[in-house]
Design a protein around this ligand. Structure first.
Ligand code: NDP
Ligand code: A1CAB
Length: 253
């Protein structure tokens, strides 16, 4: 398949980096020539030139408020009716995409930055215009980038927040842990490597054990031990309500 990524910002770049791990042919539309050179894929500055290459799939990774306009412009520039359009934007609905490209199979999904290393978490609210071979291709393509969770569109905002936004929340947790370790005399690089390993190990165990997060926490909090003291300190400092507020705010409540 020929896959065109429109917009090489953070998300578009991560998508290209992830897709480059596979064997699909990649193209991009970008104003950023430096980024295009860095990613080593053919990159175009006009929709016409991009579409002349005949992409089978077009992935929109432009700011959410521009998605509809960009898609309309692609249609006006001659987007083939066979091309499958995927929008990565938070808060753009399938109905918005269908209205902008009425002849095309379209769907909205929300990826996250770890797609860059094939470890993404992708929420897919599949539109009914995606059927048959197109549906197979969309699933294959997204599954090559990480775990795909198919959700009703009514749950895309919350699934997209957990998947798309929370890597930033986890980065903040890791950064804060790193500062605390440095304050106790640890080398920052060593602390960072240890913390990343801890997050990876904790997540891998959660995925493979079938235990709830609460049960896993229970395995670590030895009676009268050190961890429960830290857990109570987190409670005293409002850690849980802060997490609830962050997810609620990002999900648009
Ligand atoms: N960042 C993330 O973790 C996630 C982002 N998303 C979604 O991805 C999309 C992009 O977000 P993000 O990458 O963070 O944002 P960035 O600002 O990093 O990138 C947006 C890119 O869109 C392109 N662009 C800007 N204006 C136009 C225009 N008028 N016409 C065409 N292209 C344009 C530019 O690409 P260029 O520089 O190549 O010209 C720009 O770099 C958003 O819709 C967001 O909701 C979804 C999930 C996670
Ligand atoms: O911050 C944003 O709007 C995008 C959507 C999910 C992650 N980043």
């Amino acid at each position: 398949m020929k896959i065109a990524v429109v917009g090489l910002g953070h998300m578009g770049t991560a998508m290209v980096q992830g897709l480059k791990r596979g064997s699909e042919t990649l193209l991009a539309y970008s104003s950023n020539e430096k980024k295009a050179v860095e990613l080593e894929i053919p990159t175009y500055q006009s929709y016409q030139d991009l579409l002349n290459e005949g992409p089978d799939v077009v992935i929109l990774t432009v700011p959410a408020k521009l998605v509809t306009k960009v898609l309309q412009d692609l249609v006006a520039a001659g987007l083939s009716e066979k091309a499958v359009v995927l929008s990565a934007a938070a808060s753009v609905s399938n109905a918005d995409l269908r209205a902008a490209a009425p002849q095309n199979p379209v769907t909205t999904f929300i990826p996250n930055i770890p797609v860059a290393v094939g470890a993404g978490s992708i929420a897919l609210a599949e539109d009914p215009t995606i059927t048959g071979v197109n549906e197979e291709n969309v699933h294959r393509l997204l599954e090559s980038l990480g775990d795909v969770l198919v959700v009703p569109e009514s749950q895309l905002a919350i699934a997209g927040t957990i998947g798309g936004c929370s890597p930033a929340f986890i980065d903040i947790l890791m950064d804060a842990m790193e500062d605390a370790a440095v304050a106790k005399g640890m080398d920052r690089g060593q602390a960072g490597a240890l913390i990343a390993s801890v997050v990876k190990g904790t997540a891998t165990l959660a995925q493979q054990s079938n235990l709830s997060a609460a049960d896993l926490k229970g395995q670590i909090t030895s009676p009268g031990g050190t961890t429960i003291k830290g857990v109570l300190a987190l409670d005293q400092h409002g850690f849980r309500p802060a997490i609830h507020a962050a997810i609620s705010a990002a999900a648009g409540d």
